[in-house]
Design a binder for this molecule. Structure first.
Ligand code: GAR
Length: 203
């Protein structure tokens, strides 16, 4: 099967990136990561990419006057690398229409909460502090809102009596590493159809 060429945007540790790299290397995920791009020069995600022999790029926000100009540069680099879709993996910037228009219906994000609850930063912390009994994570298509695009997959994670924010975050992350590669597999296999807010998954 033809592999889907993706660019991964990451600002941090890149454990979700690693999960995607590992599944692809194991032949379980028909994607090829053509570029890992970060807004943070010291993001460990870049080291993970280099170790896997994947091309990397850093685009510094301070070099661009607007978010749109920043995203125009990101689009140029991703397009030159041959990306057909984009996976945000711990990318802590809001993306603009400039990026979304370049990859229509092909920008995905992972969020560490059961959306629409707890969008924005620190979804796990918000859920823990709110006192929910079930936390979790969500993979969704990205639109112009904050974590508001159509939902592809979600995984619940029960909050245990002796959890603290750290233990809950770690268990949510384990589920992220399962559902993000799976969502990308469904995208790569052409099994996702968006109808309004609903994402249909064909088998
Ligand atoms: C993940 O928990 C991801 O869901 C979250 O950042 C973490 C990145 O971890 N993303 C957001 O909060 C986006 N709003 P990683 O760098 O180890 O993949």
């Amino acid at each position: 099967m033809q592999k889907l060429k993706i660019g991964v945007l990451a600002s941090g540790s890149g454990s979700n990136l690693q999960a995607i790299i590992d599944e692809a290397a194991a032949g379980l995920l028909p994607v090829e990561i053509v570029m890992v791009l970060s807004d943070k020069p010291d993001a460990y995600a870049l080291t993970r990419a280099e170790q896997a022999g994947i091309m990397t790029a850093v685009v510094l926000p301070k070099d661009y006057a607007t978010r749109e100009e920043y995203d125009a540069r990101v689009v140029k680099l991703l397009t030159l690398a041959g990306a057909e879709a984009v996976a945000l993996a711990g990318y802590l910037r809001i993306v603009t229409k400039t990026l979304l228009d370049a990859f229509p219906g092909r920008v995905l994000n992972i969020h560490p909460a059961l959306l629409p609850a707890f969008p924005g930063l620190h979804g796990q912390r918000q859920a823990f502090e709110y006192g929910v009994k079930v936390a979790g994570c969500t993979v969704h298509f990205v639109d112009e809102g904050l974590d508001s695009g159509p939902i592809i997959l979600q995984a619940p994670v029960p909050v245990l009596d002796d959890d603290d924010e750290e233990t809950l975050t770690a268990r949510i992350l384990q589920q992220e590493h399962i559902i993000y590669p799976l969502a990308l597999k469904l995208l790569a296999e052409g099994k996702l159809t968006v109808e309004g807010r609903k994402v249909r998954i064909s088998d």
